[in-house]
Design a protein around this ligand. Sequence first.
Ligand code: NDP
Length: 247
Amino acid sequence: MSPTVYLISGANRGIGLAITSHLAARPDTVVYAGARNPSTATELQALARSLPKNVYVVKLASADEEDHKAAVDKIKKEVGRLDVVIANAAINDAYATIFDTTPDEVREHFNVNVVGPQVLFRETYPLLKASTATPKFVIISSLAGSVSLNPGMHVLNGTYGISKAAVNYLARMLHFENEGLVCFPMHPGLVETDMMKALVANDEALKDIPLIPTADSAAGIIKVVVESTREKDGGEFVSYDGSRLQW
Ligand code: NDP
């Protein structure tokens, strides 16, 4: 049986690293794990060394077209296709009202969180089309990108929320524009990572929020991704437990 070939961005820590570890433990699975600084991605490099036939580290800085072209060239030469791409890398570090956030901070959130997945899609789509299964492009988004589920808009990460609402739209567009592709945005749960710990430390309203371990988020995400179909999940806003979320 030929392996399922994955590419994931932001794989050096947090949810991305947990997804990579989870996938690496599955049979018949090869993971290309993106990190913007492979030389400092210590845990990811150790995982790749321990599973040299399952995990390959590639350099991927969000929205950097040259990095993406080089990674795709390598994957094309080595395996000739991609079956699943997971756009996971993101930032969330403007803890202020929109008034107190600079336009440069908004641009940077858009660059990493929206242009990043767009570039990843553009560069990997030719290899996804070469998939021997149903190709899947999944974007790790956030509940923060839902307008209807944030009625009070009282959380202090509006800039991040704007970018995640935009990437939800992007994912839904990709579903409708690309026949045969399974594409959807996914909320990974509220997860104990550097990103969430920093947000909680900067926002009193979140101090008692229960967080789940990265391994639980990763297991849920991969179960949903493996079982996803275009008919069931394509163009929908999906949670890591398989439920549907409102936009
Ligand atoms: P972390 O902050 O722990 O990890 C973020 C990852 O993204 C790191 O690997 C980081 O790499 C990478 N990254 C950031 N900027 C860039 C860049 N410019 N180029 C390439 N890689 C970059 O976050 P999480 O693991 O918590 O988040 C993963 C995903 O889940 C994100 O899309 C996030 O929005 C989403 N999410 C998380 C939630 C949570 O509760 N944790 C809730 C809802 C959504 P580096 O180490 O180089 O910075």
